[in-house]
Ligand binder design. Structure first.
Ligand code: AMP
Length: 221
């Protein structure tokens, strides 16, 4: 069975590697990688009341409302490129969002494959404060463990590397708090339903990907 007739949901704390793994899966299966963080960052660039509200919420490390996310996710997943399946990175983050996704999956006739990438908080802080992102292609680097070949420049396209405005200690503590309060109950719910695939996200990127891929294949059989 084609794994991409599914919705692959990647859950994990900020910095767990959701985006990196989703990007690799998307390349492998040729289906869209939908990052709600990226969509919201794009919205936040617009000088409109909604854009300003989203920008403020993200800068504070808080979660954007379930209503806004519902609109974002409905609109994006109804695009034709999602017909054969898609990968969600950063959604759902609350029980309410998970409920909406169940509804959407059943309307779209797609099964969800739920994956949780686990990384300790100590490691997450190290990763996030040293994270740099290509302003053009979005590739992520780490100044401690995965430096670009030339300082400040993306290996892939030579564009400048930037730091996300919410990757600072102030926003981070709020982001972790939101994760513990809103997202951890969702993980418990998925775990109890016996559908959650859990992976050690502290292994090297390539090993996490191999395990992820094997788990997705297994979930299809
Ligand atoms: P990310 O790029 O996934 O780390 O998300 C960055 C920020 O975008 C989060 O800290 C939230 O402010 C917002 N965000 C992304 N996805 C969601 C979501 N599913 N629900 C609420 N807020 C979100």
């Amino acid at each position: 069975m084609n794994p991409m007739s599914k919705i692959i949901v990647i859950i994990g704390a900020p910095g767990a590697g959701k985006g990196t793994q989703a990007r690799l899966l998307s390349e492998k299966y040729g289906c869209p990688h939908i990052s709600t963080g990226d969509i919201l960052r794009e919205m936040a660039r617009a000088d409109t009341p909604l854009g300003r509200k989203v920008k403020e919420t993200m800068a504070a490390g808080r979660l954007v409302s379930d209503e806004i996310l519902a609109e974002v996710i409905r609109t994006r997943t109804s695009q034709p490129d999602c017909n054969n399946g898609y990968i969600l990175d950063g959604y759902p983050r609350t029980l309410e969002q998970a409920r909406l996704l169940e509804e959407l999956a059943s309307k779209q006739g797609k099964k969800q494959i739920l994956v949780h990438i686990i990384v300790s908080e100590e490691e997450l802080v190290k990763r996030l404060t040293n994270r740099r992102i290509c302003a053009n292609c979005g590739k992520s680097y780490n100044l401690l463990s995965d430096r670009p070949k030339i300082e400040g420049v993306c290996d892939l396209d030579g564009a400048p590397l930037t730091q996300r405005s919410d990757d600072n200690l102030g926003s981070l503590s709020k982001r972790f708090e939101e994760y513990r309060e809103s997202t951890a109950p969702l993980i418990d719910y998925y775990r109890q339903s016996g559908r959650l695939i859990e992976l050690n996200g502290e292994l090297p990127e390539g090993e996490v990907f191999e395990k992820l891929w094997a788990a997705i294949d297994g979930a299809n059989n």
